[in-house]
Design a protein around this ligand. Structure first.
Ligand SMILES: *[C@@H]1O[C@H](CO)[C@@H](O)[C@H](O)[C@H]1NC(C)=O
Ligand SMILES: *[C@@H]1O[C@H](CO)[C@@H](O)[C@H](O)[C@H]1NC(C)=O
Ligand SMILES: *[C@@H]1O[C@H](CO)[C@@H](O)[C@H](O)[C@H]1NC(C)=O
Length: 513
């Protein structure tokens, strides 16, 4: 395209006004915006300062308020499914990744037939860089970031680990309660940290939030801002384990609960990292032509310091507390800023939105829709419906949920904790979270209908009030369910155990498909 423009320009080069037009057009067409996609991990609705003044996130809040706060931005209940949606543009129930997170020894990943976002952006001249947590499969090199479109990667492949040693166990972490704290079990059997494809063995003792910010600022200093870049920044923060350098806890003298205090410090460290990254975007000439998007991968994990108040439920549940996250867009390219948008946005929308920003055309077979024109111009809502999830449990009754307009219908057990859990500002007892466990006999058969506009905290079940709407929404869910791909959940395979790989979680022990 730029070549053709330049040729046309040559024809009109005698005319001064055309010359000016040519320069403007060539510039406009040759450099689409940089995309900076920041993903927090397990950051809950009530864990940012614009929802909760007890939390110290001045950098994030400034970006949010000077951009567009997305007040109805939805994700999946857990990590791998949300990241699948970000990277494919499809609901996880169309990918086979709808049921749970990938375990470290699970021999699979995101199917290779899906063109991941960075690979797609390559068509539009973008180079792409991922810094942070992958969690979309690593058992075969073909599943790993630098084989799926990223020009560079720095980070870890699995879902969680120690923030300082960058090691973890070969099984998923288990929580146990010691005094009032939750601890990790079995946390030190393998290193999971890489620079490109090589193990990064020299970062022990360095806090991952700091490391990732430093890697990003160093990277920016080496790149050319006149060509477009996609930066995917999925931070480890603020997932468990609860670890933070002490200095971040001094902001939270008022919080007595130790988990919440450490967790809040972790959020502030994340905020500081984002502040440093934005300062570097400015310093190295990227900022003016960039679109910064901030999301979380799922709701807060109450057992690990997070909080979703006043929303109902927790990470891992179909309640709003598990699926509605703090989010914003910040860019000098937005025509209107400084407002809170209640238009529906879902995790699947970022892929087509970024392709649109890059200059690509929409793919109408995709679940996601581009939000770009709406965001840029404060235009009309482009989404009226989304699927919270369709679980493939292999048995009846079904477990799924859908949103249509203001209404949300949930079938089956939405997940525990199911209550409304306030932040533990004085002294949080885990017993209070336990009280919110409402699972009981027959719960699986229940159906719930909420008007999220009027009742965002899901207190009034309208299932007997609006039976026609219930039938319509069940019908719609069944239509979606008919398109479901079976969940791809193979049993763990000990061939991936780091004891066979020099103590390092490594690819090379499964067939990619
Ligand atoms: C770790 O080693 C790599 C490769 O030699 C080097 O590029 C990097 O700067 C080192 N990082 C630290 C924190 O020492
Ligand atoms: C954002 O959403 C919350 C929860 O639904 C709602 O209470 C609040 O009024 C919304 N904010 C704005 C400005 O619309
Ligand atoms: C990775 O997957 C490809 C495609 O299925 C397969 O040919 C290759 O052998 C796998 N690698 C390993 C080390 O198993």
């Amino acid at each position: 395209m730029p070549v053709r423009i330049v040729k046309n320009c040559m024809l009109f080069v005698l005319s001064l006004s055309w010359k000016f037009w040519c320069v403007v057009q060539a510039h406009r067409l040759s450099s689409p915006p940089h995309i900076v996609f920041i993903v927090a991990d397990d950051l809950g609705w009530n864990d940012v300062s614009w929802h909760n003044p007890d939390i110290v996130t001045p950098n994030l809040e400034r970006l949010a308020r000077d951009g567009i706060i997305l007040n109805q931005s939805y994700v999946q209940p857990v990590c791998t499914p949300s990241r699948t949606a970000f990277m494919t543009g499809y609901f996880p129930f169309h990918v086979g990744r709808q049921n749970h997170v990938l375990h470290p020894l699970e021999p699979t990943g995101v199917p290779l037939k899906f063109t991941l976002l960075p690979e797609k952006l390559r068509d539009y001249g973008y180079s792409s860089h991922a810094i942070g947590k992958w969690h979309l499969g690593y058992c075969n090199w073909s599943y790993t970031p630098t084989y799926r479109g990223f020009d560079s990667f720095f980070g870890f492949y699995s879902g969680s680990e120690d923030y300082f040693t960058h090691t973890r166990g070969q099984k998923d972490f288990l929580y146990f309660k010691e005094g009032t704290e939750w601890q990790w079990l079995n946390s030190n059997t393998g290193l999971d940290f890489r620079q490109g494809t090589s193990p990064a063995t020299n970062y022990s003792g360095k806090y991952s939030t700091h490391v990732f910010a430093r890697i990003m600022t160093n990277l920016l200093s080496t790149l050319d801002p006149s060509v477009p870049h996609f930066f995917y920044l999925p931070f480890q923060a603020v997932h468990g384990p609860l670890q933070v350098p002490k200095k971040y806890m001094r902001f939270y003298e008022n919080i007595k609960d130790k988990s919440r205090k450490i967790f809040s410090g972790m959020v502030t460290a994340l905020d500081e990292a984002v502040g440093k990254i934005v300062a570097s975007l400015k310093k190295y000439g990227f900022y003016r032509n960039s679109v910064i998007v901030f999301v979380t991968d799922n709701g807060g994990q109450v057992q690990s310091g997070g909080n979703n108040w006043p929303l109902r439920g927790n990470k891992g549940t179909l309640w709003e507390g598990g699926t509605r996250g703090p989010s914003f867009v910040h860019s000098r390219l937005l025509e209107e800023t400084g407002y809170i948008s209640n238009k529906l946005v879902h995790a699947v929308d970022w892929y087509p939105t970024f392709v649109d920003i890059a200059g690509g055309l929409p793919d109408n077979t995709m679940d996601g829709v581009s939000q770009w024109t709406t965001l840029r111009t404060n235009g009309p809502e482009v989404r009226n419906e989304f699927v919270y999830n369709i679980f493939d449990t292999g048995r009846k009754p079904p477990k799924d949920a859908i949103r249509v307009g203001n209404f949300k219908l949930i079938r089956g057990f939405p997940g525990d904790p199911s209550g409304w859990i306030p932040p533990p500002s004085v002294h949080f007892t885990h017993a209070s979270a336990q009280q919110c466990y409402v699972r009981r006999k027959g719960y699986e058969e229940e159906i719930r209908l909420f008007n999220i506009q009027d009742d965002p905290t899901e207190r009034y079940n309208l299932v007997h009030v609006l039976p026609d709407r219930v039938q319509k929404m069940i019908h719609r869910l069944e239509e979606h369910r008919a398109t479901m791909v079976p969940a791809d959940d193979p049993p763990d395979n000990d061939h991936g155990n780091p004891k066979f790989w020099n103590g390092i979680f490594s690819p090379g022990w499964c067939e990619a498909h």
